[in-house]
Design a protein around this ligand. Structure first.
Ligand SMILES: NC(=O)C1=CN([C@@H]2O[C@H](COP(=O)(O)OP(=O)(O)OC[C@H]3O[C@@H](n4cnc5c(N)ncnc54)[C@H](O)[C@@H]3O)[C@@H](O)[C@H]2O)C=CC1
Ligand SMILES: CC(C)CC(=O)C(=O)O
Ligand SMILES: [Mg+2]
Length: 361
């Protein structure tokens, strides 16, 4: 079958890692008889430099007309001093809003062979952990009213955290549905000891839980959660949380899986179209060196096959290819520990070769 994929490479390491994922997709396509048809959608600083707009209408159109979107990363020092609404990062925020991808699934999974890359002790890691962060993606403080006002202490800036019952309910349902497919445990993370929006969050999550009696639900404050994921990550199955808390907590979780370069994500919504994006940013400090870890983006492409196209077997082929390549000892510099490492392109090649070998056997 043919699948139309919008390619939003963005800035920094975005183009390098997206190209790696496309190479892997093409190999899967060849093996399984699918055709992935790519159309570029310029976004971020790259699009700003070309068109004066970080998210041109034409790019939104390309994404809307495609079956799914593969996204790299946006932003970088070059565009940091632009006015807020022209910043490169508005591209990803705007695209999520336009495509109504209100749920961001971020799997914090520790590959068995990467135990040494995790900064956690063996006694904490045990036989590994597998956490799914379900982050609300189109509401909260990232999208609330923002601005400046004059106060008696001079100019002040504000960003409002705001959540409606509808927004909380729909993300909670995704969280519970995910928990039903996993270990049936959901931890809702909020700050309801302080925030009114978190108190509504907790109330709505409690209500939704009545429809999922099999799922054991607990609530945890974000400050405690940030500590608990380090103290005992194995206690978590699904973590359900708001936009900003999920953003921060998942970067923290990524590190205990070895590196932020390992964590994939699926941004999904009411239809099958999604935005598939690594959780990391454009990594200006390593841009152009050819050393970025492409695995987060390759695994994001695997999530696209599963969630957007229903190609579960093909998705698993990529996941297995990554796992086996890591088992064989290949590492990029971010997960190398004290050992040898290979560059972005070589890691991509190794994963492709492993997938091809797995098919032959
Ligand atoms: N979805 C998006 O497009 C996102 C964009 N950003 C933007 O990215 C820019 C840089 O942000 P930072 O805070 O530095 O976060 P970052 O995630 O880009 O980088 C943080 C650190 O992780 C490393 N890193 C990230 N991805 C890696 C990979 N694949 N392989 C190896 N190492 C990797 C970087 O080299 C850096 O040392 C900013 O402009 C920020 O706004 C940040 C997060 C998400
Ligand atoms: C760059 C931001 C808009 C968001 C972010 O950090 C993320 O979604 O991980
Ligand atoms: Mg982030």
């Amino acid at each position: 079958m043919d699948y139309k994929i919008a390619i939003a490479k963005g800035d920094g390491i975005g183009p390098e890692i997206v190209e790696s994922a496309m190479e892997v997709l093409d190999v899967i396509g060849k093996i399984k008889g699918h055709k992935f048809i790519y159309k570029e959608a310029p976004v971020g600083g790259f699009a700003y430099d070309l068109y004066g707009d970080p998210l041109p209408l034409e790019s939104i159109k390309t994404c809307k007309e495609s079956d799914s979107v593969l996204f790299g990363a946006v932003g970088g020092p070059k565009w940091d001093n632009l006015p807020g609404d022209k910043r490169a990062e508005t591209a990803i925020l705007g695209l999520r809003k336009n495509l109504e991808t209100f749920a961001n699934l971020r799997p914090g999974y520790l590959f068995k062979s990467l135990k040494d890359a995790s900064p956690l002790k063996e006694s904490i890691i045990g036989d590994g952990f597998d956490i799914l962060v379900v982050r609300e993606l189109t509401g909260g403080i990232y999208f609330g009213e923002k601005g400046y006002k004059e106060t008696e202490n001079g100019k002040a800036a504000f960003d409002i955290e705001i959540y409606s019952e509808m927004e909380i309910e729909r993300i909670a349902r995704i969280g519970f549905e995910m928990a039903m497919k996993r270990d049936k445990k959901l931890t809702s993370v909020d700050k309801s000891n302080v925030l009114e929006s978190s108190r509504l969050w907790r109330k709505v999550v409690e209500e939704v839980s009545k429809d999922y009696k099999e799922v054991s639900l607990n609530h945890m404050y974000i400050d405690n959660a940030a500590m608990q994921v380090i103290r005992d990550p194995k206690q978590f199955d699904v973590i359900l949380t708001s936009n900003i808390f999920g953003d921060i907590l998942s970067d923290e979780i990524s590190m205990i899986t070895g590196s932020i370069g390992m964590l994939a994500s699926a941004s999904i919504g009411k239809d099958k179209k999604g935005i598939f994006e690594p959780i990391h940013g454009s990594a200006p400090d390593i841009t152009g060196k050819g050393i970025a870890n492409p695995i987060a983006t390759i695994l994001s492409a695997a999530m696209m096959l599963k969630y957007s196209f229903g190609l579960e077997e093909e998705s698993k082929m990529i996941e297995d290819g990554v796992a086996k390549t890591l088992e064989e000892g290949y590492r990029t510099s971010d997960i190398r520990g004290d050992g040898d490492w290979i560059k972005t392109g070589e890691m991509t090649e190794k994963i492709i070769k492993t997938i091809q070998k797995m098919v032959q056997n």
